[in-house]
Design a protein around this ligand. Structure first.
Ligand code: ATP
Ligand code: ZN
Ligand code: MG
Length: 302
């Protein structure tokens, strides 16, 4: 049995994660949720004085916005769409027959106007563009959402439905890159206060296909993505628990996000992987929260 399987099995045995029969789709215990809630309060405390505007979107987004985002160009392998039965009574009869004999009944499902949100910030850009030009001070937003990615895995840190807490900054290049640097420093500091050793490294997204290789190179050459890494399932390959992304003016141009003077806004976003952070805490301090170091408990629960 490899390391990954055994940590997942220990989480199941402790009841922290609940097996649904699908890799990467888990229930969470009250205790697991308490850790996430406590860590989110810590995020609120650290980021609170910045005055971000909080918004919460459901884990599904407008399909038209998703299409315009270009997600299918970059990550078709990860996307999840919502389909429904839209047929007649006759279609319903054949649907049920199909299920009865164990044939593929999903073929007749039709796409709805909703797709599963791939990253918490995706619904934000078109929402803000609709408001008109950004004020002189730019924009700062606080989001949290369940996100879907079709990447089934036995690694408990790679789930198909997981929560991302994000801060998104819009403004000049200097403004948003300062924001990103500030959160890199804060992220390292926050993890220290909960007893986790971290490293920051340059990163890239898994852009699909041969054309994607070019996007990977560009992302790395231009330092567009950094990750805060913590060993969870492997010390050789630590897990990204936060990411720090600078989009240059790509989203500003795509969505028509402009600053007060009419120039295109630059954007950056900082994401906390909430399940991964909880898993890092359980991995480092043990599966019983009562046994965690007093300093860590104090940071999380006062
Ligand atoms: P990875 O390289 O591990 O696939 P990522 O680069 O795809 O991560 P981002 O797209 O930057 O991750 O998402 C922001 C944060 O969401 C990540 O830093 C991570 O903490 C979390 N995250 C991403 N994918 C998953 C997943 N499948 N399960 C749980 N958390 C995830
Ligand atoms: Zn984002
Ligand atoms: Mg990924």
């Amino acid at each position: 049995m490899d390391m990954q399987t055994s940590f997942l099995d220990r989480l199941f045995e402790a009841g922290l994660l609940i097996d649904t029969g699908i890799d990467g789709l888990y229930g969470r215990s009250g205790q697991f949720e308490e850790v996430i809630a406590a860590f989110e309060r810590l995020i609120d405390k650290v980021g609170g004085a910045d005055g971000a505007e909080a918004m919460r979107f459901p884990p599904g987004m407008n399909r038209a916005f998703f299409e315009k985002s270009g997600y299918m160009k970059s990550f078709p392998q990860l996307a999840g769409t919502v389909h429904s039965f839209c047929g007649s009574e006759l279609d319903h009869v054949s649907l049920l027959q199909c299920m009865e004999v164990g044939e593929d009944w999903t073929k007749g499902q039709e796409a709805t106007d909703i797709v599963l949100t791939p990253a918490a910030c995706y619904p934000l850009y078109p929402t803000i563009a609709k408001r008109g030009n950004l004020p002189k001070t730019g924009g700062l937003f606080d989001l949290q959402s369940y996100c879907f990615r079709h990447e089934p895995s036995k690694d408990p840190a790679r789930q198909q439905l997981f929560r991302m807490r994000e801060y998104i900054c819009m403004g000049t290049e200097q403004h948003v890159t300062d924001f990103r640097q500030r959160w890199m420093d804060r992220g390292v500091e926050m993890m220290k206060t909960v007893g986790l050793d971290v490293t920051i490294d340059i990163a890239n997204d898994p852009f699909f296909g041969r054309a994607g290789k070019m996007l990977v190179n560009n992302q790395r050459d231009q330092n567009l993505k950094f990750e805060l890494l913590i060993p969870i399932t492997s010390t050789a390959n630590p897990t990204a628990c936060m990411s720090f992304n600078y989009h240059q003016d790509a989203f500003g141009t795509k969505w028509g996000l402009n600053l007060e003077d009419g120039s295109v806004a630059h954007t950056a976003c900082v994401g906390f992987g909430l399940e991964r952070i909880a898993l890092a805490l359980f991995h480092h301090h043990g599966l019983d929260v009562k046994e965690w170091p007093a300093s860590v408990r104090k940071t999380l629960w006062g």
